[in-house]
Write a protein that binds this ligand. Structure first.
Ligand code: ADP
Length: 398
């Protein structure tokens, strides 16, 4: 069965076509700048060089039509006809409390995703555009939705409730949901494979550190706590997001700086984090260069970023009364040997010991970076959210 995985954003759309007989990626690519005059489609078939094409793509339906044209093209295509694609899987950011696992799309599911627009106004409408665009191009093909929040629905109330009037939970569903669930789920399963131990017996702290970042405490394969909250703003310091702060800062700043709700939201989501502290970049590669060169602002940004991750690792080991493994994944987690070293060197109280040389090796393969003496295994596992979406879609569509 061939499955198309779609991750739609407001002005972009990423895709991968899987052959589920051996889980290989036949082609992948992205459309950027949808709705703008020079949209870019980048298509990478498994058998040929990547190609890119600039054209006008005004909305998602056209974007998907162009993607399907590429997938069936005589030169750069990977299937003869669209009919070979038997299911489509969509990444949806917010599933609220309704969606505890992936589901096939029907009118009720779409209505519920629409009801959740309030909780994820930046993300869910874009996911919906992706679903509608796929439906109109492939009306008879089953579509599945896989939610970033679903994996965290196992959290106990003590982890997901905020200590504010309960009426806000009842009326508006204000609670912790957590995100990156597909990634935390994937790397925890890979951890069990690598350690050759049953997932049900493991306590794992997974660190998904990319542009956005979150840590999750996973006990017996179930999320028991996670750093992101009702929205992806809470928790770690991120590229442009503040992460945790004293909630009183919000009304105080609005008052002093005469900011509107939208302005303060934009400040915390787009103009904070690494970017604000370094004053130069939200990209961890540039921050690391600055830190290694001793530039003071980049150094402070790097130190704050690391410190927050390390504090949460400590918190989650405490939450689970121990841990068998700490796992690093996503852009920064997979690539920044400097960050991993700095974190692990201050976890010696837990008996963590990493091999500094092994830590520095660059690889796309999952690997152990702790020494045989380490009391907690430390692993680097490249995430693969698309494969998880393809697997869920396959299971549902079969
Ligand atoms: P997203 O959250 O957008 O999916 P990614 O998981 O792709 O993000 O991570 C992007 C981040 O990974 C960027 O901040 C980038 O700087 C960082 N990154 C990539 N390579 C390295 C590296 N070698 N060292 C440090 N950071 C890196």
């Amino acid at each position: 069965m061939k499955i198309l995985v779609i991750n739609a954003g407001s002005s972009s759309l990423k895709y991968q076509l899987y052959d589920m007989t051996d889980e290989t990626v036949l082609a992948s690519g992205r459309v950027e700048r949808i709705g703008m005059d020079s949209s870019i489609l980048v298509h990478e078939p498994h058998h040929a060089e990547e190609i890119s094409e600039v054209s006008e793509i005004l909305e998602h339906t056209t974007a998907i039509r162009k993607v399907l044209d590429k997938l069936t093209d005589a030169q750069v295509g990977v299937v003869k006809s669209i009919d070979e694609i038997e299911a489509v899987g969509h990444r949806v950011v917010h599933g609220g409390e309704t969606f505890k696992s992936s589901v096939l799309v029907d009118s009720d599911v779409k209505a519920e995703i629409r009801r959740l627009f309030d909780l994820a106004p930046l993300h869910n409408p874009a996911c919906m555009m992706g679903i509608k665009a796929a439906e109109s191009n492939m009306p008879n093909v089953p579509q599945a939705v896989v939610f970033d929040t679903a994996f965290h629905q196992t959290m106990p109330a003590k982890a997901y409730m905020y200590a504010i009037p309960k009426v806000l939970y009842k009326k508006h569903k204000i609670r912790r949901y957590g995100f990156h669930g597909t990634s935390h789920d994937y790397v925890s399963k890979r951890t069990a494979d690598l350690l050759e131990r049953p997932l049900e017996q493991l306590k794992i702290v997974t660190c998904h550190i990319g542009n956005g970042g979150s840590l999750t405490a996973i006990e017996g394969g179930k999320s028991v706590d996670t750093t992101m909250g009702m929205t992806p703003l809470e928790g770690l310091m991120m590229g442009t997001r503040s992460g945790d702060l004293d909630p009183a800062i919000v009304p105080f700043t609005m008052n002093k700086e005469d900011l509107t709700v939208n302005e303060v939201n934009s400040m915390l989501n787009k103009h904070s984090g690494l970017l604000a502290i370094s004053g130069m970049s939200s990209d961890m590669r540039e921050i690391t260069e600055g830190y290694l060169a001793g530039e003071p602002n980049a150094t402070l940004a790097f130190e704050m970023y690391e410190y927050r991750i390390r504090k949460y690792i400590g918190a989650y080991v405490a939450a689970m009364n121990g841990a068998d493994a700490i796992v690093f994944t996503a852009g920064v987690g997979e690539n920044s040997a400097e960050l991993r070293q700095m974190i692990c060197e201050k976890l010696t109280y837990l008996g963590v010991e990493i091999d500094l040389e092994v830590n520095k090796v660059r690889s796309k393969q999952p690997r152990r970076i702790s020494t045989p003496n380490s009391k907690i295994e430390v692993l680097v596992i490249p995430t693969n959210e698309e494969l998880m979406i393809a697997r869920d879609t396959y299971r549902l569509a079969k």
